[in-house]
Write a protein that binds this ligand. Structure first.
Ligand code: MN
Length: 715
């Protein structure tokens, strides 16, 4: 156990052993003569930091890279007057301390040689191999992004492409930016502000996404000091004002240590000071600071199970603030972060926030992808603490899910300004959710994503034909916002004539969906004319969400509105785009397959249809009186089937073709791949029932259709 002294007056991030110390690197030793027998002193710091994470690392290649970098940069000076080589050395030391593997460090030492010296990429490839060459090339491309402001959006796309192929490129870029930010004081104020803004808008969100907390927090403080100097000073004064007082967290930490010792749980209990920006945020949130707000308790344990044991003890022996409890172990954040968060009330009534994690989780929390090791080696060069992939999204550490998505849609965005704007939106979202597909896969989506987003994430442009969704087994509108852990199944129309409606844009949160929908709408100014065109907030009226009581739309229970048209015998459907209900004026159009789609008269689709010469078909509502002279035959059928995409769409298609109207439908959550649909249907007469049941049985995947003993439940 380590009891940690706290001293809020000291630079914040220097306190606390587990915090990876980055600040002491500012002045890397100036260079002595390079000896053949030993590493030069400057690279010695790097070697030492690297060996701490990788005791068996081969240092020869680092030395070789250093020698090349030093000799090629010789004579170049930084604006501060220091030899240029101090920069790549500092960058490499940052990465070494975070636990980056040898290849990354080699490329980091060389990262500015191709851009700024006589060294060529071919030379790097010849001497250090393809991998190092690839990383150096990627960083060289990124370098141009920062200083080519005129073409920023376009070059940023290139930057993402470089990143997308290997996240280690971005690791180097982040460390490079951190060192440049630390040494920004020598620049003109306007230039400082410009660089700080790019750091704020792009580099910090990327550091967050990549889980590199240690870099992110320091970058945040550096940006804060440049862009908000007054607030920064105020925060600094606030922290100083507490530096003399006894830290109330110390007492709570002592109590926690005693509690865990009594419980026989081996744990380190540390006080982890907040960084400046974090203190500032807490002050804004609370209005005023409590003594316990300047830091948080960090409890480090050996095993995952110990985390919960600690939590149990804390919640038993202290009064927990339950609303503060979050389990990021069971449900890790998108950036690999895992911890338990809680807050407890200490002896004096002070509330202390507590983070509980294993040592492995702590390393990942601090260093994120940088600590994941070389993704291309299976052997010991990979960090021993490598995070296990929690799902398909995280299986490839070089290319996390969000990055794959960015790369996918950067190819489809033709307008770089649009790309830039949507990228910033995407990065501004603070969290991702994981939803499960019924085929066993997962989709990573930003928080707030709807079924529309899920459709485009899963099916790409095929999602244009999406007509509905099931969320956790229940029919849902496309506008439904998904929650972490939901199971989503998307229903696609089979005919190619359907397409997205403009309203979908209101429910699309992801750039991929927005770009695809916009592109489709631009290419189809007349809109879709398919029978499945729907708007997300209006389910097809024939299909009622399973959780909605029958009749809730203001019509008598069990009496779905029916329409008579002037084309006898043709199947009739109500258009999804305008969802007509009585007593709307309506008009029909014959569509592919001979069925008639009925729109409201004022629906824009009607004008478009007429404009292209499509003949209207007369249509009118069957009033209740009309219906009284036709037998009102209702039946409840249960369809048992194997779950598959489009099953619901195919079943409802079969039902509509048999001229039955769906009064209500219930879809039970799939169990062992089997799905049970229960439909209450209204037929013109009982004679149609055998044909209807045959048609439903003919739908692929359906293995039984039977009459239910009870009418379909409506809730
Ligand atoms: Mn650099």
């Amino acid at each position: 156990m380590s009891a940690e002294a706290t001293n809020p007056g000291a630079p914040l991030r220097k306190r606390g052993r587990p915090r990876i110390d980055l600040r002491r690197l500012g002045r890397v030793a100036l260079l002595g003569p390079v000896s053949r027998d030993r590493l030069p002193d400057a690279i010695g710091h790097v070697a030492e930091a690297h060996r701490a994470h990788y005791p068996d690392a081969d240092l020869a290649i680092l030395r070789k890279a250093y020698v090349l970098a030093e000799s090629s940069h010789r004579g170049q000076m930084r604006k501060s007057g220091e030899p240029y080589i101090t920069h790549p050395l500092a960058v490499t030391l940052i990465l070494a301390e975070l636990g980056a593997e040898t290849t990354t460090l080699t490329a980091s030492l060389l990262h500015d040689t191709v851009e700024d010296t006589e060294v060529t990429l071919d030379q790097v490839r010849d001497e250090f191999g393809d991998e190092v060459c690839y990383l150096v090339d990627g960083v060289t491309k990124l370098e141009k992004v920062d200083y080519g402001a005129a073409a920023e959006p376009e070059t940023f796309r290139k930057m993402l492409v470089a990143t997308g192929n290997d996240v280690r490129v971005m690791s180097i870029k982040l460390a490079d930016r951190l060192h440049n930010m630390r040494t920004l004081g020598v620049m003109r104020p306007e230039k400082q502000a410009r660089i700080a803004k790019v750091t704020r808008d792009v580099l910090i969100p990327l550091a967050e996404r990549l889980g590199v907390q240690a870099l992110k927090t320091e970058l945040e403080d550096l940006v804060f000091a440049i862009l908000h100097p007054d607030e920064y000073e105020r925060t600094q004064a606030l922290i100083s004002s507490w530096s003399g007082a006894q830290d109330p967290l110390t007492d709570i930490a002592d109590s926690v240590r005693a509690t865990l010792r009594d419980a026989g749980i081996s744990a380190e209990v540390l006080i982890r000071p907040r960084h400046f920006v974090s203190v500032h945020r807490v002050r804004i949130k609370r209005g005023e600071m409590r003594g316990t707000d300047f830091g948080r308790l960090l409890v480090l344990v050996g095993e995952d199970a110990d985390c919960y044991a600690v939590l149990g003890e804390l919640h038993t022996c202290f009064t927990p603030v339950i609303s503060e409890f979050k389990d990021f172990i069971a449900a890790p954040k998108f950036n690999l972060y895992q911890s338990l968060h809680t807050a407890v009330v200490g002896p004096e009534g002070a509330v202390a926030e507590v983070l509980i994690r294993t040592h492995r989780m702590h390393k990942v929390a601090e260093a994120g992808v940088v600590a994941l090791g070389n993704p291309y080696t299976q052997d010991g060069t990979t960090a021993a603490h490598q995070a296990e992939p929690a799902d398909g999204e995280r299986a490839d550490p070089t290319r996390p899910g969000w990055l794959s998505r960015l790369l996918d849609w950067q190819e489809s965005a033709t307008d770089s300004d649009q790309f830039w704007a949507t990228l910033r939106d995407d990065l501004a979202q603070d969290r991702e959710i994981t939803v499960f597909r019924t085929d066993g896969g997962t989709l990573g989506l930003p928080a707030g994503a709807s079924c529309v987003d899920a459709a485009y994430a899963q099916y790409g442009d095929e999602a244009h034909g999406c007509i509905g969704a099931r969320v956790n087994g229940r029919l849902a509108t496309l506008s439904t916002v998904l929650n972490d852990g939901d199971t989503v199944q998307l229903l696609l129309a089979q005919d190619a004539s359907s397409g997205p409606s403009p309203e979908w844009l209101e429910h699309a949160r992801t750039p991929a969906a927005r770009i695809a929908i916009s592109a489709w709408l631009d290419a189809h100014p007349d809109g879709a004319q398919g029978p499945h065109k729907s708007r997300p907030d209006a389910p097809r009226p024939q299909v009622q969400p399973a959780d909605e009581p029958s009749g809730s739309r203001g019509r008598p229970a069990g009496r779905a509105p029916t329409v008579a048209v002037d084309t006898p015998g043709a199947p009739v459907r109500l258009a999804g785009c305008c969802t007509p209900v009585p007593p709307d004026g309506i008009v029909g159009f014959t569509v592919r397959g001979g069925s008639v789609t009925v729109h409201r008269e004022e629906c824009p689709a009607v004008a478009r249809m007429r404009a292209i010469g499509r003949a209207a078909v007369g249509a009118r509502w069957n009033t209740p009186d009309d219906r009284s002279d036709t037998p009102d035959y209702r039946v409840t059928l249960v369809a048992e089937s194997f779950g598959r995409p489009r099953l619901l769409a195919d079943l409802t298609e079969a039902i509509a073709t048999a001229e039955a109207a769906i009064v209500s439908a219930t879809v039970e959550p799939p169990s062992e791949q089997r799905v049970r649909h229960t439909y209450t249907l209204q037929l013109p007469d009982a004679a149609g029932l055998p044909g209807l049941m045959r048609a439903m049985r003919d739908v692929p995947g359906v293995y039984d259709v039977s009459r239910a003993q009870q009418p379909a439940a409506t809730g």
